[in-house]
Design a protein around this ligand. Structure first.
Ligand code: 13P
Length: 339
């Protein structure tokens, strides 16, 4: 069945649902596996993703899954290719298409995301493999004198080029400008940098004729730096984040799907919940979490087949909690009930 890009974008932010980011590159998944002391072999990576994607009941809270190039070509134990396995559950398969953040020339401490060369051809291949949406991540660091306008605008330009190519290929782009939470900066600084970033991103998207109705934005929340003293609480984060996005994100964009970016799982859920409790908003406010959906599951699994059920229970719990946060119906008490 053919789906329009608008339909796919809206389905990805359906009520009570959000996205699982399982698109860790080889380097990142190795880091995650190192933390549980297991080797990052192709079979271990397959088995781990198999556990997540076969979790019964997850599809009630998960609208789509972002895959990595290796994963979109892998299959479940019964031989079903992962994209098909997801579609069978009503979960939309997507694919990370950037080739990672590299050092930006003449800009110490800043990054530019690569992957535009040959992208049109790669997108056509991913369509053939069953992908219906894509993701591209730009990384913006906060530090002494950074980010520069140079870094913001070159990354915004690349994000827009990627988004236009995705739409041309019939794929919904998830545009991800991530302002990192590393550092001891205040929430005011995070607000200012996020605001400058969104200004550049939406200017480039518009100039490059990207259809706002056919995309999703995947940003950071507005947070105090990880190492800041007196970090902002849940209500302040929710208020500053909504204030910032209302200023910059056109109402034509169907949804904003936040990344978790190093927040604890429960903080990521509580922040999303507080924002939705302040609604209605011009767009859906949802999640596209990697670590905040997977961390407890990865730990429970620990690379042992005997722990698959425990890993799935941990993943299902986080998916449920974040599903409730989509309507402001989450409460931290629900964490204790599960424990
Ligand atoms: P986190 O939620 O772990 O930040 O990952 C989301 C993601 O896809 C980053 O590109």
């Amino acid at each position: 069945m053919a789906h329009t890009l608008e339909e796919t974008a809206r389905a990805l932010v359906a009520p009570g649902k959000g996205i699982l980011a399982a698109d860790e590159s080889d380097g990142t998944i190795k880091k995650r596996f190192d933390s549980i002391g297991i080797e990052s072999t192709e079979e271990n990576r397959r088995a781990y993703r198999d556990m997540l994607f076969t979790t019964a009941g997850a599809a009630e809270h998960i609208s789509g899954v972002i895959l990595f190039d290796e994963t979109i070509r892998q299959s479940a134990l019964d031989g079903t290719p992962f994209p098909k396995l997801l579609e069978q559950q009503g979960v939309i398969p997507g694919i990370k298409v950037d080739k990672g953040a590299k050092d930006l020339a003449h800009a110490p401490g800043e990054k530019i995301t690569e992957g535009l060369d040959g992208l049109r051809e790669r997108l056509a291949e991913y369509v053939g493999l069953g992908a219906r949406f894509t993701k591209w991540r730009a990384v913006i660091a906060i530090g002494d004198g950074i980010p520069s306008e140079y870094c913001l605008w070159t990354n915004a330009h690349a994000l827009a080029r990627y988004a236009a190519l995705s739409q041309e290929a019939g794929l919904v782009p998830i545009v991800e400008p991530e302002v990192l939470m590393d550092g001891d900066h205040s929430i005011e600084t995070a607000f200012d940098v996020t605001s400058r970033t969104l200004h550049a991103v939406f200017t480039e998207l518009r100039d490059q004729r990207v259809h706002f109705e056919q995309m999703l934005l995947k940003p950071n929340m507005v947070l105090s730096g990880y190492d800041a003293s007196g970090r902002a609480g849940v209500q302040e984060v929710a208020e500053q984040t909504v204030r910032c996005f209302r200023r910059h994100v056109p109402a034509a964009v169907p949804g904003i799907v936040f990344l978790s970016g190093g927040q604890t799982d429960e903080d990521a859920t509580a922040h999303l919940n507080a924002m939705n409790a302040m609604g209605p908003h011009p767009w859906e406010l949802s999640f596209s979490y990697g670590r905040a959906l997977q961390a407890p599951s990865l730990k429970a699994w620990a690379g042992d087949e005997a722990n698959v059920a425990a890993g799935q229970a941990a993943y299902l719990h986080r998916a449920k909690m974040n599903g409730l946060a989509r309507s402001g119906s989450y409460s931290p008490d629900l964490e204790k009930v599960a424990a």
